[in-house]
Design a protein around this ligand. Structure first.
Ligand code: AHR
Length: 656
């Protein structure tokens, strides 16, 4: 059988004990103890870290196509062009209404025949031929009679569909209409023309694809959510990351400002907005994608929601501002109110808002993170307030604390020591480092004190060039190192209860941080090799950890081979993960220490590439992708050859 891979043409061998014996090399020998699982694998083991960085929310997952739909960007006309107007004569005024403190501005337009505005979208608008789109706005016509016509313009200026709406009466009203696009374009724009005679006011000018994820209004880009769903994640952490903290406290993430009517969610400048870069001098959070939507997404994905709340501290890499200890009460109250919002009955204040938004049943949140990657005594004195208040009021909620941004060193050591006085369910550790660090740290938890706290490996990624370097690429070298490291996490899943790569999403024309798990533009999406590794692990998570050891004297990682094994109770199958770091093929045998009988054939997924610098791209998204095959299994032994520079996942079902 011949298949095309990044390595060119790969001859996939259907291996059996006999085929293996023919290879002539001495095999590395393993044995797996199938019948005596060592511990449970948490259902949360492999999950997602979502942060609104790199246009991940507005301009990304959040499917709104109009940028600055409510004229609330600091420059109110940002992303809007008034057709035919010059500096001295424009039919457009931006009116600031003090009685609407969170959405004060509206567009007021004098219409004599026709007045048009054009919105540029987020690096253009991604439009697909034949797909339905929903245009909507809020509009009042205090004088005269005015209709509104919305038309999509392709990059060449031609129309790709339109809809005309008529206002009934003078007062504020919500109008909406749908139309189908007659062509595809990654860089379309929206032209909104007011037709007639008079004065019109408009706000929340919006265009969504109808076919969002699950066809939800105010919904998410279906192709991007599908990539997340395909991973079968155990949890979804949100909303970050540094945006939880904000550059200063004024711009911190406040969950209460992100729920309820989208028309009154107050816009905030994104922590990752960067006026000094060509890519993102215009990065704001409208919060159309807010806490309610994140909880709904978690539910859709079957993932445990893991919200992270501000703990009274702004980003310590920026202003490092902290709230005075005597002023901390509202922050703790935010946490208590969030529990009511997610888990409270519909007749409570915050549970009632959830019900009003469309979800009368509780979301059933059980985890809550306090602070992002905070450090120092200023963190622990604030964390103590949360642990005390929530421990009393909600002992059922599992709190997550943190050791800060480093995986070792004085800051880390300080936190690890300080944590001895607390009782978080999990502690969030972050590892951004070189591929070699990941290989060197495969055994990080082998000798971990089992009586100490459990680990949430909340953010990690191997950097091809160096930490925080914009030249970093998602090359195979990084993904292979992460795959090896993850054998160590899986082998220690009694300690490591959650792990997530970070960041998750990046717009190819609007990013601040690299590497990232999934890249996209306005129409396309690509899973990096790192994504393929995460997906293979998450979709083969298993339920019990097994002992898989070398019987020829080697340890995990020796000879460039890394391995772990789990049992899957639901599938009644043994799952092995084997990473070969070497440039050559390595034969291995795995003795099956068991009384069970297995099927004679195992499923195999191989992710490999000879070229460590190879990547997937929007033009070639499957360059590095798993290739499936089968191998024959002996009654008491598996034998196979591990391809050079590969991750191999083997699933051997029990025979019934
Ligand atoms: O993942 C990018 C950033 O890295 C996160 O916002 C922060 O938590 C970490 O420093």
């Amino acid at each position: 059988m011949k298949l095309k891979t990044c390595a060119g043409i790969l001859f996939l061998m259907v291996l059996s004990t006999i085929a293996f014996q023919a290879s002539g090399q001495d095999a590395l020998r393993f044995s797996v103890d199938v019948d005596q699982p060592r511990f449970d694998i948490q259902p949360t083991m492999w999950g997602l870290f979502f942060e609104d960085i790199n246009f991940a929310a507005d301009g990304g997952l959040y499917a709104e196509l109009v940028k600055n739909r409510s004229f609330e960007f600091p420059k109110p006309t940002e992303a809007w062009e008034v057709v035919g107007a010059n500096f001295f004569s424009s039919p457009l005024q931006i009116v600031n209404r003090q009685e609407h403190p969170t959405n004060p501005r509206v567009a007021r337009i004098r219409v004599a025949g026709e007045a048009c505005l054009i919105n540029e979208g987020f690096r253009g608008m991604g439009i697909r031929e034949g797909e339905p789109y929903r245009f909507s706005l809020q509009m009042a016509v205090p004088e005269g009679a005015v209709d509104v016509r919305a038309a999509l313009l392709g990059s060449d200026g031609s129309e790709l569909g339109n809809v005309t709406l008529r206002a009934e009466g003078a007062g504020w009203q919500s109008l909406e209409g749908e139309f189908r696009a007659t062509g595809s374009d990654a860089k379309a724009r929206l032209k909104v023309c007011f037709l007639g005679q008079g004065l019109v006011e408009a706000d929340m000018i919006s265009l969504f694809p109808v076919n969002t994820w699950k066809q939800r209004r105010n919904g998410m880009r279906a192709d991007l959510v599908q990539m997340l769903a395909d991973m079968e994640p155990g949890f979804l952490r949100f909303p970050g990351g540094c945006i939880v903290e904000g550059r200063d406290l004024e711009k911190r993430y406040r969950w209460k400002n992100t729920v309820g009517d989208i028309g009154i969610r107050e816009l905030v400048i994104n922590r990752w907005n960067d006026e000094n870069t060509r890519l993102t001098p215009d990065y704001f959070q409208t919060f159309g994608l807010g806490f309610y939507e994140y909880f709904l997404l978690s539910e859709d994905l079957g993932a445990e929601p893991v919200p992270i709340l501000n703990c009274g501290m702004a980003c310590q890499f920026n202003s490092a501002e902290v709230v005075a200890m005597e002023d901390m009460e509202p922050y703790v109250q935010d946490a208590l109110d969030l529990i009511e919002f997610t888990n409270g009955a519909a007749d409570t204040k915050w549970g009632g808002l959830r019900a009003e938004m469309g979800h009368p049943e509780p979301f059933g949140m059980t985890f809550l993170g306090i602070g992002n990657e905070q450090w120092g005594p200023q963190y622990f004195e604030r964390y103590a307030l949360f642990e005390e208040a929530l421990g009393k009021a909600h002992p059922e909620i599992r709190l997550i604390s943190t050791t800060g941004p480093m995986a070792g060193g004085p800051l880390f050591e300080y936190s690890a020591e300080a944590l001895k006085d607390f009782h978080p369910a999990l502690v969030d550790e972050h590892y951004y480092n070189t591929p070699q660090w990941f290989y060197d740290n495969v055994g990080r938890y082998d000798d971990y004190d089992r009586s100490s706290y459990k680990i949430f490996a909340g953010e990690y990624a191997a950097a091809s060039v160096g930490m925080a370097n914009p030249e970093n690429r998602n090359v195979w070298e990084t993904a292979l190192a992460e795959a090896a490291f993850m054998t160590g996490l899986e082998r220690n899943a009694d300690v490591v209860h959650m792990a997530s790569y970070a960041p998750l999403l990046a717009h190819a024309e609007a990013w601040q941080w690299t590497p990232d798990l999934i890249w996209f533009d306005n129409l396309r999406v690509v899973g990096t090799p790192n994504y393929q590794v995460q997906k293979l692990y998450a979709t083969h998570a298993g339920t019990r950890g097994l002992a898989l050891e070398r019987t020829d004297g080697g340890g995990n990682g020796q000879d460039g081979i890394f391995s772990s094994a789990v049992w899957d109770e639901k599938e009644q199958a043994l799952i092995l993960k084997l990473v070969n770091r070497n440039a050559g093929t390595v034969p291995v045998t795995v003795a099956l220490d068991t009384r069970k009988r297995f099927a004679g054939v195992a499923g195999v997924q191989v992710l490999r590439c000879d070229d460590l610098q190879a990547e997937n791209s929007l033009d070639d998204p499957e360059h590095i992708a798993p290739v499936g095959s089968e191998i024959k299994a002996g009654r008491k032994q598996l034998a196979l050859e591990l391809a050079p520079r590969s991750l191999t996942v083997i699933t051997l079902p029990q025979q019934h």
